[in-house]
Ligand binder design. Structure first.
Ligand code: BDR
Ligand code: CA
Length: 314
């Protein structure tokens, strides 16, 4: 199984993505780094350690990452979406162990040496840790097989501004560094993650599971679905982070993911945090640009919800 470094701001959909990765025999979680985003980096680490304890996976090392974004202080996170504690105010077990010494960026660099050429990265929070690792060691991309990330709104509206999605928009400078580095990147933007949603029937499968981690995530999703009712008028929840995880695992496959030039707006204006992907000329079918190493996933071969619920619950 393929070694994976998972970078997250453990939130509710991050928790579902983690539960999914833990249940996926194709990959082996070599390490997890946390970053501020949905909640602060320390709380994200507590949440992650709690979930790992429930899954009986105290062997997976967790490192606390950046407490702030590259050019801006963390502002408290998305409590209205993910609850006071980031996990829908569900009580997870008190972690019986501490995070490892060193930062998430240092963990990523260390793993890239340990698994040089085979390490894969899945990033589902702001890209601050990855950007920091690139700053410390610009040769990092040469040892990483690929990066799969959830972020951006390519052709649809943003979710923290008219044009910006949270993971890119919270730390645009970090996103620009990660998307500009010489590693293959697969991006799951809102365009495709909003098309893949959990309904009550999927949540019910988790709640009925024999797996404690599946049940805990099932409980959290109640909070997340309440937010969706209030925001979108529909009781469901988008599978943002799980979609990136499933693309990395290979359980869903992109059917439309052109490799295109991308930039991130890092100006101070209303466009700040926008992922600008050059998708001109893509109406007939995916058209790859020579030399582009960032793929924007616009569609996948199968709806994720059923596949995900089944794997996490069983
Ligand atoms: C992304 O932002 C976070 O709130 C979610 O966990 C997801 O990673 C969606 O925009
Ligand atoms: Ca996230």
């Amino acid at each position: 199984n393929r070694p994976l470094y998972f970078d997250c701001d453990t939130g509710i959909d991050d928790s579902l993505a983690l539960a999914y990765l833990l249940a996926s025999p194709e990959v082996e979680l070599a390490g997890i780094g946390t970053v501020c985003g949905n909640t602060d980096a320390e709380q994200a680490a507590r949440n992650t350690l709690g979930l790992l304890a429930l899954a009986d996976r105290d062997d997976v090392p967790v490192a606390v990452g950046r407490h702030d974004f590259l050019t801006r202080a963390f502002d408290g996170g998305a409590k209205h979406v993910h609850g006071e504690n980031g996990v829908g105010d569900v009580t997870l077990p008190e972690p019986s162990r501490a995070p490892v010494e060193g930062t998430a960026a240092e963990m990523l660099i260390r793993l890239s040496h340990e698994y040089a050429g085979t390490l894969e990265v899945v990033a589902v929070g702001p890209l601050s840790n990855l950007a920091t690792a690139l700053e410390i060691d610009p040769s990092l991309p040469s040892r990483v097989a690929r990066v799969t990330l959830m972020g951006g709104a390519a052709l649809v509206a943003g979710n923290i501004s008219p044009v910006a999605e949270a993971n890119i928009g919270n730390d645009p400078e970090a996103a620009a560094a990660v998307l500009g580095a010489a590693w293959p990147v697969i991006v799951a933007p809102l365009d495709v993650t909003l098309e893949n949603v959990f309904e009550e029937e999927h949540r019910a499968l988790l709640l009925a599971s024999h797996s404690p981690v599946a049940r805990a995530v099932g409980e959290m999703l109640d909070f997340y679905m309440d937010f969706y009712v209030a925001t979108y008028g529909r009781r469901c929840s988008a599978l943002h982070d799980p979609l990136a995880a499933a693309l990395a695992v290979g359980q869903v496959v992109p059917t439309n993911a052109p490799a295109v030039p991308v930039t991130v707006d890092t100006t101070a204006g209303p466009g700040r945090g926008q992922l600008i992907a050059d998708l001109r000329g893509q109406r007939v079918g995916p058209v790859d640009h020579a030399d582009a190493n960032v793929r924007i996933v616009l569609a996948t071969d199968a709806p994720l919800a059923g596949i995900l619920a089944e794997r996490v619950a069983n």
